[in-house]
Design a protein. Structure first.
Ligand code: RB5
Length: 150
């Protein structure tokens, strides 16, 4: 499992906390930026991470902005992405188990650094349950097939 990370200035602090956790656990990752607190536009980083996730079967994404919302909206415009905003441990676990999410989105102005690390850990280490949830995720994919041209 590899991780692709991205953030804007509003999510930099929690992204950096997650990176320290990944290093400690020897998890391979790519950090697509941003790297400073200078104000930047979150769709740029959402797109880079979303492409890395759709182009690599073994990669999950972690995106952070101020709320997690804008960056999730941008990521979900990429075909094949199921990006979920999570603010607590239950959401982080369930979005892997039931939605087969491939990107977790978190807000640096919503949760603290320790919580971000806990959510990232749950997200990375929880498997999709399949079964009846496969049918529902396939229905999401069918909507994409009908409405996305690329
Ligand atoms: C940036 O100020 C902020 O709008 C962004 O980080 C995010 O919260 C958007 O959804």
């Amino acid at each position: 499992m590899k991780i692709a990370l991205g953030c804007d200035h509003g999510g930099l602090n929690i992204k950096n906390a997650v990176i320290e956790y990944l290093k400690a656990k020897n998890v391979e990752f790519t950090d697509f930026g941003c790297y400073t607190e200078e104000s930047v536009d979150y769709p740029l980083y959402a797109y880079k991470v979303a492409k890395a996730v759709t182009e690599n079967d073994d990669t999950l994404g972690i995106l952070c902005c101020g709320t997690g919302i804008g960056i999730s909206m941008a990521a979900n415009k990429v075909k094949g992405i199921r990006a979920a905003v999570c603010t607590n441990e239950f959401m982080a676990e369930m979005t892997r188990r039931h939605n087969n999410s491939n990107i977790i989105c978190m807000g640096g102005r919503i949760i603290d650094e320790d919580t971000a690390v806990k959510l990232a850990d749950l997200f990375i280490n929880t498997e999709f349950e399949g079964d009846r949830h496969t049918r529902r995720v396939d229905m999401i994919t069918a909507i994409e097939e009908e409405n996305f041209s690329i």
